[in-house]
Design a protein around this ligand. Structure first.
Ligand SMILES: Cc1cc2nc3c(=O)[nH]c(=O)nc-3n(C[C@H](O)[C@H](O)[C@H](O)COP(=O)(O)O)c2cc1C
Length: 191
């Protein structure tokens, strides 16, 4: 057995970076290449690849901020939610929408395909952090609002956004947040 201490240390200390702390510059397409390649190296039962990416660069994010703002008025979500969704899209230097895109399959249930999209989200965050970028996995109502998904992101009816992975340069190291003790989350069946 060969221990990869660096990888383990990374996993034991990794922290997401809140969106408001992400600054320019954003990762370039060249920077994203190994990050998205690593993200796709995620468990995927039946090799269906039930996910895809949409890279949202700054101008697209600013457009989405306006559209989401109008949609929040349509949905009567209130002024606070309107400001929140405007900030959600206008703040990050770049975002990658990980689209859950399940395939027809008699063998692989939908839930497993959705879990695979979630695995891709975490792998993307971790690959970005390991590359030195700040990253955060976020959702909110625009991840599942059908009119927003269809009209603004051109998603098909069976697709939704498993995560918007906001990316940018780090402006500070977030403090540790409390983590559960593994014993409180673990049962042992020994026979
Ligand atoms: C599916 C999913 C959606 C999330 N959406 C949000 C969100 O919309 N807003 C938010 O502040 N955190 C959201 N989070 C939490 C953050 O991604 C992150 O887990 C949290 O900030 C703690 O970060 P860390 O444990 O990676 O350091 C979401 C997490 C998951 C798994």
């Amino acid at each position: 057995m060969t221990k990869n201490s660096k990888a383990l240390d990374f996993l034991l200390t990794r922290r997401s970076h809140p969106s408001k702390t992400l600054k320019e510059p954003a990762p370039s397409l060249d920077d994203l290449n190994p990050i998205l390649t690593a993200a796709m190296r995620s468990p995927d039962h039946g090799k269906l690849e039930p996910w895809r990416f949409i890279i949202l660069q700054k101008n697209a994010l600013l457009r989405l901020a306006k559209c989401a703002s109008s949609r929040s008025v349509e949905l009567d979500l209130g002024v606070e939610a309107q400001k929140k969704v405007e900030f959600f899209f206008s703040n990050p230097p770049l975002s990658v929408a990980v689209v859950s895109s399940p395939k027809e399959s008699e063998k692989i249930p939908m839930i497993e395909q959705t879990l695979s999209a979630g695995a891709v989200c975490l792998a993307l965050v971790n690959a970005a952090l390991a590359s030195g970028w700040g990253a955060s996995w976020l959702t909110g109502w625009t991840a599942t609002d059908r009119p927003f998904l269809t009209n603004q992101l051109s998603l098909k009816k069976h697709e939704f956004v498993a995560g918007y992975i906001h990316l940018g340069s780090k402006s500070f190291q977030p403090p540790e947040r409390p983590r559960p003790d593994f014993k409180s989350k673990t049962s042992i069946f020994s026979d």
